[in-house]
Design a protein around this ligand. Structure first.
Ligand code: 4AD
Ligand code: MG
Length: 431
């Protein structure tokens, strides 16, 4: 009977087959210890040479690191370790005998080497743990949003217009239409969908052509945009707080073993509860200048500023009400100070920086039209978006998180490139 390694404990005393890859092997005298992983767990197969057929002993001797094989035998409890099982091997089937030169050795490799071998690096214990945490974050997001009335609406990837700013676009040829762009965020399309379904979200790849070479930037990453009708500024922040706490709780519950593999101290995560800190952009600029930053009110927070700020606090911080002129045109202005946008960026603690961008949206036709003209953007391309302010406009808000930023923070990684299976950065598109 074929079983998954995670279920070994249910089959103690029974003869079963596990199928997977050899990640380690030791041989001493008459015994071979074959360590196998199958994606659900790891198990040690023990081949005691005098007890098996000569051809099985030969196969055990021959097996190399990263060969794929099926081991058949009886499951036993580990003599010392609790919750650990072993396989007393009787038979071996080799699917593929790998050459004895697996490029990723046990020694330390530099990041360039590992990225060049990402297709193989992905198999290592830490990298698999990161992917499992990522999976929990994705599922928890769907769960929380579905439970709170958001339905999934898929937004297009090929778009005729820029959403976040024209300098960050990947341009492609599009038949007779001429140009199209890879989307930067599905937000504008979700704004259309709320008049159909009330609350919705998308979750898919987005693309940024900005030439940023930092530990927080990818050119292709996964964004979750959520949008809700009749939700105004404060309620929008509350939804974000709840979602982030829901995700963290889910990870702490589902990924304990992965956090151990990653050597992630989960105490700082366990402490995160609502409400998060709230500080205006003006307050933050003052605070950062006192900490030695040369930031002024004219610019967005730089990478170092985000790091400084997020090292100082033990919970995520909403940086609110940026100067409207440095933010996207769709943001509603603060009625108390028209030079400010009703927006908030959520900054994760422990030095991780921005994880969410959010705002209440401009819902007035004339105001939005004027703004599109001021930005010298093509009115034609925005015609449909303006229509939304003509036919049943309502106050509405939304936010978007970068999945890789969340994975990086929750896993305690240094660089965002380890959080996605195949990272695309300024100078890498292989493998
Ligand atoms: O702050 P951003 O640009 O916001 C938007 O795109 C809005 N339209 C979202 C919305 O309101 N629906 O991007 C949202 C998040 C950031 O907070 C960050 O976590 C992540 O996306 N992000 C990146 N992640 C990796 N690499 C990059 N180059 C990223 N740029 C943004
Ligand atoms: Mg942002």
């Amino acid at each position: 009977m074929n079983i998954f390694i995670k279920d070994a404990g249910k089959h103690v005393g029974a003869e079963v087959t596990v199928r997977g890859w050899m990640f380690n092997k030791r041989s001493s005298g008459k015994i071979h210890f074959l360590e196998m992983r199958d994606g659900t767990g790891t198990i040690q197969g023990i081949v005691f040479v005098p007890n098996v057929l000569a051809e099985v002993a030969e196969k055990a001797a021959k097996l190399t690191i990263e060969s794929s094989a099926a081991l058949t035998g009886v499951i036993s409890k580990h003599p010392k370790l609790i919750d650990t099982y072993e396989l007393q091997v009787k038979d071996i089937h080799i699917y593929n005998l790998a050459p004895d030169d697996y490029p990723i050795a046990k020694k330390e490799h530099g990041p360039d080497f590992l990225l060049e071998h990402r297709h193989l690096w992905l198999r290592s214990a830490k990298q698999a743990a990161v992917q499992r945490v990522r999976n929990t974050i994705i599922n928890a997001t769907y769960e929380y949003l579905n439970q709170n009335g958001f339905i999934k609406i898929d937004s297009p990837i090929l778009t005729p217009l820029a959403c976040e700013g024209t300098t960050e676009l990947f341009e492609i040829k599009y038949f007779e239409e001429g140009k199209a762009y890879l989307t930067q965020s599905g937000q504008l399309y979700l704004e259309a969908a709320i008049a159909s379904v009330g609350r919705c979200f998308d979750f898919g790849p987005v693309f940024r052509a900005e030439k940023s070479k930092t530990r927080r930037h990818l050119t292709e990453f996964w964004m979750m945009d959520a949008e809700a009708a009749f939700v105004e500024y404060d309620e929008n922040l509350k939804i974000q707080e709840e979602l982030i706490c829901y995700i963290i709780t889910a990870c702490l519950k589902a990924n304990e073993a992965d956090f151990k593999i990653l050597e992630r101290n989960t105490e700082p995560l366990a402490k995160i509860t609502p409400p998060f800190y709230r500080k205006t952009y003006a307050e933050v600029v003052k605070e950062l200048r006192e900490m030695g930053s040369d930031i002024t009110e004219e610019i967005d927070l730089g990478g170092d500023d985000e790091t400084k700020l997020s090292e100082k606090y033990d919970k995520p911080i909403f940086v609110e009400k940026y100067p409207a002129k440095i933010k996207a045109l769709y943001m509603k202005r603060d009625p108390a100070d028209k030079s400010r946008a009703l927006c908030a960026d959520l900054i994760a603690p422990e030095g991780y920086g921005e994880i969410i961008g959010s705002s209440q949206r401009e819902d007035d036709y004339e105001t939005l039209l004027k703004r599109i003209q001021e930005h010298k953007l093509p009115e034609d391309a925005f015609k449909w978006y303006l229509d939304l302010r003509k036919y049943g406009s309502v106050p509405h808000s939304g936010f978007g998180y970068g999945l890789e930023r969340l994975v990086t923070w929750i896993c305690g990684l240094h660089h965002v490139r380890e959080s996605i299976p195949f990272p695309r950065t300024l100078n890498r598109i292989y493998p």
